[in-house]
Design a protein around this ligand. Structure first.
Ligand SMILES: *[C@@H]1O[C@H](CO)[C@@H](O)[C@H](O)[C@H]1NC(C)=O
Ligand SMILES: *[C@@H]1O[C@H](CO)[C@@H](O)[C@H](O)[C@H]1NC(C)=O
Ligand SMILES: *[C@@H]1O[C@H](CO)[C@@H](O)[C@H](O)[C@H]1NC(C)=O
Length: 375
């Protein structure tokens, strides 16, 4: 377990932390279980108090395009424990042909867990029309209802969710609203939001932030908002941490804002955070205990140095250098913090990430970080 000392840090004490081995959830290679490479990890704290992790199992190669399963694992009870997690379950399997599925975002909504993913998100690879599909679990991720097809909302456009988490708003405006962020295809990129005000039963489109130029080939330095992770700030506004695909203005994170529950994503409110260097990946962002947390490989061009950062001022500044979780190859990551009622006296945050010794795609691993400072 890694430990942060936010109270001491707030007083200016030196950062102290104790790394211990991560829990390795999936290991790529060798085609074990019919899977070549596990990638794109997602994480959610489920209503029952258990953690749910899901990842793409890419069957034939490490490539984004190709047939896949969605593999999920649940922790036995409240958070990961010393006992090994139950064996993985397959939430979806798209067979063997074509482009296949891509993750995706997990969200808790009321007592249910929602898992949104895309199929055929890389036209023109032969796979069929792009689809965005929603799986619902009423038992914390043990089983899933048949997928609901949300593509009619998207008029044939690709909407590749996350990768990461959807959120359910905890504050006004639109308290209780469930919200996912997703991005488009390479030429028709940009981020947009899907909104539900009935716990994930019915959906409509919210704010859209298109790339510029839209529908044209991308060049370096073009404005290309890509993979995205929303989080709710303490004032009820939404921030979205976005992959700045073509390094518009910086090799760092792009942040969009919404003050109307995700109805709009005003272009004038987009900022760039040079304190968050980024090699263009899917990063983790979450808010817990008044802290804004952020995780990514903290490097301008390489996927190395997976770092957790935290902010005491709503994401305006980041404390020190953060916490280096893994110096070696590391890629996509996601964060989850149990809700306050499931947090004991020693609140925890969980970080799932792509981790390896020579390639970031060698494993999907889970780090547990104590916010109270106990190792
Ligand atoms: C989802 O619906 C769209 C039409 O809105 C359709 O083209 C697509 O094939 C459907 N996807 C799946 C996986 O059924
Ligand atoms: C990783 O981070 C550490 C500390 O923040 C830094 O000293 C080191 O140069 C970084 N490594 C790379 C490859 O960027
Ligand atoms: C963070 O936002 C909350 C809610 O708007 C506000 O009360 C608080 O003062 C902010 N904190 C900082 C350090 O700006």
């Amino acid at each position: 377990m890694l430990a942060l000392l936010p109270l001491l840090l707030a007083l200016g004490a030196a950062a102290r932390w104790v790394p211990t081995p991560d829990t390795v959830l999936w290991v790529s290679g060798g085609g074990r279980g019919g899977v070549h490479t596990f990638r794109v990890p997602l994480l959610a704290a489920t209503p029952g108090g258990a953690l749910l992790a899901c990842a793409e199992g890419r069957k034939r190669s490490a490539a984004d395009v190709g047939a896949k399963i969605i593999a999920c694992r649940r922790s036995p009870d409240r958070g990961p424990t010393a006992c090994p997690p139950p064996p993985p379950q397959v939430a979806a399997d798209d067979g063997w042909g074509g482009d296949g599925l891509n993750l995706g975002a997990l969200a808790g909504a009321g007592g249910e867990v929602l898992l949104l993913f895309a199929r055929c998100a890389h036209p023109p690879n032969s796979c069929g029309p792009p689809s965005t599909l929603l799986l619902r679990s009423r038992d914390g991720g043990r089983s899933w209802d048949p997928p609901q097809n949300l593509s009619h909302l998207l008029h044939g456009e690709v909407f590749a969710p996350g990768p990461g988490s959807g959120i359910q708003k905890q504050r006004e405006p639109f308290r209780g609203r469930v919200l996912f962020c997703g991005h488009g295809s390479l030429e028709r990129d940009g981020v947009s939001l899907l909104l539900s005000d009935d716990g994930g039963r019915s959906w409509r489109r919210g704010g859209v932030l298109p790339a510029i130029p839209f529908g044209a080939p991308r060049r370096p330095r073009d404005f290309t908002p890509d993979e995205c992770q929303p989080y709710e700030l303490p004032d009820g506004s939404i921030a979205v941490s976005i992959r700045n695909q073509n390094q518009f203005r910086c090799r760092c994170r792009m942040v969009a804002r919404s003050w109307d529950g995700g109805e709009t994503l005003p272009p004038a409110a987009v900022t760039f955070d040079p304190a968050l260097p980024d090699p263009a990946v899917a990063a983790g962002a979450a808010v817990t205990q008044g802290l804004v947390l952020f995780s990514n490989p903290a490097h301008e061009s390489q996927r190395v140095n997976l770092t957790l950062r935290w902010s005491f001022d709503n994401g305006t500044t980041w404390w020190g250098r953060g916490l280096r979780v893994w110096a070696g190859p590391s890629g996509y990551s996601a964060l989850a913090a149990p809700p306050p009622e499931d947090q004991g006296s020693a609140p925890l945050v969980y970080l799932i990430y792509e981790k390896g010794r020579s390639l970031s795609t060698e494993s999907v691993s889970l780090a547990t970080i104590s916010l109270a400072g106990d190792p």
